[in-house]
Design a protein around this ligand. Sequence first.
Ligand SMILES: [Ca+2]
Ligand SMILES: [Ca+2]
Ligand SMILES: [Ca+2]
Ligand SMILES: [Ca+2]
Length: 857
Amino acid sequence: MLFHRISSRSHPYSWMEIPMACGLKRLPVATTGASSKRRMALAGAAGLVALWAATSAAWGQNLPVLGGFAQFAVRALPAGATEAGDSSGSPAVKALKLTPTFESMGVCADVTGKLDGVRAELAYRAIGQKAWQAALDPVPCAPDRQFRGSILLLAPGERYEVRMRLTRDGKTLSEAVATARTWAESLPVARTVRLPAGVVREPLVIREQGTADGWIVYEAAEEGTTIDVGDSAANAVQMEGAAFVQVRGIHVRGGREDAVKILDSHDVRVTGCDISGWGEAGTWQWADENRTRGMFVDAQGKRIDGQSGIRVQGAVCRAVVLEHNYIHHPRGTANTWAFGHPHGPAGIVLSSTGGNHVVRYNDIVGAETYRWNDAITSEYNPHVTGGPHRDTDIHGNLLYLANDDGTELDGGQINVRYWGNWVEGGFCGVSCAPNRSGPSYVFRNLVVTGDERMATNSGFKMGGDRFPNPGVSFLLHNTVYALNYGLTSGHYGRGPTPIVSRNNIYAGPLESNGRVRHRHVAGGDFDFDLLSPEGFIGTTQPAPDREANAVWDYPKFVDAAARDLRLTDDSPGAIGGTPLANLNRADKTGAVSMGLFEKGAKDGLMPWRLNGWTVLPARQVVRVVSGGKVQTVPLRVRLSAPAGKTWRAIPGEPWLRCEPSSATGGESPQEVRVSVDPGALRPGVYHSSVTFRTDAGWLRTALLAVEVQADRRHEAVLDPEAQENLGGFQKVSDPQALGGGYVTTGDRAQPGQTTLTIEVPHDGEYFVMARVRAAGPPEKLAQQDSVDLSIDDEPRMQWDFWNVSHRQWNWVVARPREAVNGRFSLTKGLHKVTVHARESEVQVDRIVVANEPFPSR
Ligand SMILES: [Ca+2]
Ligand SMILES: [Ca+2]
Ligand SMILES: [Ca+2]
Ligand SMILES: [Ca+2]
């Protein structure tokens, strides 16, 4: 066997800390009677939590070191303690339950017997195959007295045998085998309802139920069906109490609240729909200082939030498949964190459902002025039933431009799998907080961050210990290209939460990017990742027991700007990963590539879709002049079976055009010329897109960052070190800096200021930029990344840079909450632009004010 199993060696994940952190009130209360009293007396608060019933992730025992991966075993009980429940006798699997999707199998094993030191192993094989394949070790989930795990990357419509073994000290104690078939791609259709061609103004309401052997399919007319209800109904499409129903290929427009609502329905599919124009735009408001400032409110003054392209709601909802949908241009947009938690539209919401869903191959595409709150969101984040809840797959999706999270997995996260997704633009990429029960598997995703202000918290947002027995989150083989942190933990409680991180790349455009902020001395099983040397915050770095086998270096990507995040052959991390069961294989030399792509991957295209369906480059930067001439950029489209025969291009903006806009595919790539008409665009950066759809329903979206320059640049440039009067700023001579020097706020922020007087030639919009750096240690960058800004005699505005390095100079555009889009209106004449010291160790090399957000041309 090519992979090794590896124990987590010397860093026990000490759950003994939980009660000390959170108090007795949150301990499990299931035990009663004399024995529990005795346990309490003997073991105290800490010992109680160490009972099997609460040691949901008690790994790190002295298991033999065999390789690179965490093993999970039930931890030994404290001396004198006894177990609750079915705790006597030899350990055994009482029931082995399999819950399939198309490509995964959730495994839950109820176990009995005396379990301390017991480990479970999982293996699988397709019926008819001889050899068992190893899967990742399942984890003990104490409150349910279960071992749980997932088998990944299976074939659809195939019957599999799954074997669980309980072992202690390498000896098998009990073994159980169960079989189940993964979901088939094709549906047995009893009846097809053809919808009328053209525009239908009535909502489509479905309360029907088919059967497992006879689905009912609602399908668009050959010529196309648009259901456009405007504001006349809450939803354009509504399923209520439906079952074994598919809705396919329709254009969905409007709906006062959500475009598509699936309420208490099971075994339903929404396939290949084009969904836009729902919800309420609202009014942006400023008046209410505390509650709604900076948010969009309805006529009653209420914040608008959670209006979704597709809403799945209610405990009856199970086995809901949302696939191949193009979800875009809601009526509203979300505020940024400049005004507190974002409120606004979502692409998909999973709200308190029964779980076991699949969300795959959707393009949830925002635009510069149509930002998601979360592209895929959970209701309600702290509930076990929140979000994907359990036995759910989210894969192969594009999630573009959220002001909060690309995806929330928040909730139970019981056998939730998230892979092959491309998250682009977001304050956070993927939220895994809280993980109430676990385990969840987040693997081989591309996460690129940056919200509307180009601000980032982190690529992965991980939980804490607010709830007892948090579940394990596996982060495996992801590539995080973040502007700030690669990962932060401690959300939902400050104490530790179980994370297993392997073979990930945590990086970004600056060398300080991708830092992992995991505060806790205990907990967190991180190893074999590629991190920047600035990297692991919250412990001695590199800690001997954490990231012991990491590569502390900067990756070399094929073309990060084009979002080809493959590693070059000579990049750090091209070897150095660890073999993982069910997920990778070492090559002939024993090497495993870190990050999202295997070595030798044919293209760097995300998200994971069918072979033979590519649109490249995945992203490009286009420079045009405001009011100027049309600029054309090429895309290469390749389409072959089974992804479809023909394709059609859908520009994401009225100022984009594609030539040709449709064609028949073929083996050789076709060139599509995308023209950008900047005639009506003000100077600025516009995150936009072109989406391609094939006749078989497959989507691909290419991203365009359009930089619109001013027709004539007007700029004022200041080297602050050349100023006479700097207040508390100190001058530093440095031949590497522009103009031979810079100013710094020093180790303590003194009241310093530097003023640039500019003559504005015309009334208009201007941007303020600065070339900055932070001098202090990288773990303190967050305390070294802001100044205040004032214009003329107006009040000061806080200017957070969001992205600084301690070594590299970086240009940042001011986007304070008073001007989130960076635009300041100035009238013709003289103006004073003043930068005031605010935090320590901030270095300012140059300040530029220009009528476009580019520091130079
Ligand atoms: Ca949420
Ligand atoms: Ca969120
Ligand atoms: Ca700060
Ligand atoms: Ca300078």
